[in-house]
Design a binder for this molecule. Structure first.
Ligand SMILES: [Ca+2]
Ligand SMILES: [Ca+2]
Ligand SMILES: [Ca+2]
Length: 137
């Protein structure tokens, strides 16, 4: 999968590593349109839902896109919009770097959190609710 620059902005938002959304910086938040764009990009079979496999695949590609020096880790400068708190949430072993496993693992947890009707797939509405709720918390 090749990601365009525009898509990258949107997917970075979807990854939500980059959007964390302190109330004082609303401009850093992804818009609903950006989230929808990323959602459609990730929905490989076009059925309008993200299955966990589509989601994981997308996050792996996204991680690789954000990892500019390709050392297998994201550091703070790779995700400049992420708050320290947000970064620390993903950096489970607290080594100052987010590994592929930490990054994707953290997003998988969020996938199941966002799947509020427990049907095992994420709808755009569920994603938007999730992103909008994380904006205020
Ligand atoms: Ca799908
Ligand atoms: Ca780490
Ligand atoms: Ca669902």
């Amino acid at each position: 999968m090749r990601l365009s620059r525009l898509t990258l902005t949107a997917v970075a938002a979807l990854m939500a590593l980059t959007v964390m959304t302190a109330p004082s910086t609303p401009s850093a938040a992804a818009t609903d349109d950006e989230i929808a764009t990323a959602f459609n990009e990730a929905d490989l079979n076009g059925d309008g839902f993200l299955e966990i496999d589509e989601y994981v695949s997308f996050m792996v590609h996204l991680f690789a896109s954000l990892d500019e020096d390709r050392d297998g880790f994201l550091v703070a400068k790779d995700v400049p919009e992420a708050s320290d708190k947000r970064f620390a949430l993903f950096d489970r072993n607290n080594d100052g770097k987010i590994s592929l496993g930490e990054g994707v693992g953290g997003k998988v947890v969020e996938f199941f959190d966002a799947d509020v009707n427990n049907d095992g797939v994420m709808s755009l509405a569920e994603l938007l609710d999730f992103e909008n709720n994380s904006k205020v918390s």
